[in-house]
Design a protein around this ligand. Sequence first.
Ligand code: 8DG
Length: 132
Amino acid sequence: MKTVEVVAAVIMEDQKVLATQRGQHKYNYISNKYEFPGGKVEKGETEEVALVREIKEELGMEIEVNQKLITVNHTYPDFKIIMHTYLCKRRGGEIKLYEHQNYQWLSPDDLYSVDWAMADVPIVKSLTEKVL
Ligand SMILES: Nc1nc2c([nH]c(=O)n2[C@H]2C[C@H](O)[C@@H](COP(=O)(O)OP(=O)(O)OP(=O)(O)O)O2)c(=O)[nH]1
């Protein structure tokens, strides 16, 4: 089974967390799910550099990458994902949806009000324990 390694940004502002909604995907368990924006690390990049690049490409935002949060290992029916998450802050730019169909700033009470991708649930859980 294929393994993909991904970095994802937990972007916090005013005690809220940015959740972005994916579009259609060939796997329905990923289609339209909420996630933490990010993507695959390219050759020669550090995780932090990859994250800055991905957020600029996907959302048109500049971010600073702060401490590493958890790494999740999740097995989907068709592939495995290793996802490294980092706490991040916006440095500049307004959100533009170049790849996603929607976004929400979620307060701690709203964290479970969106339909997260399965791999993201442990991240959301750890946020309620450690960060929020
Ligand atoms: N960026 C990101 N990807 C996630 C999250 N949760 C989750 O299951 N994923 C999955 C979806 C994708 O299959 C893969 C991320 O790859 P990508 O962001 O480069 O996605 P992509 O549109 O190129 O997707 P793909 O066609 O390669 O699957 O990880 C998350 O919180 N953030």
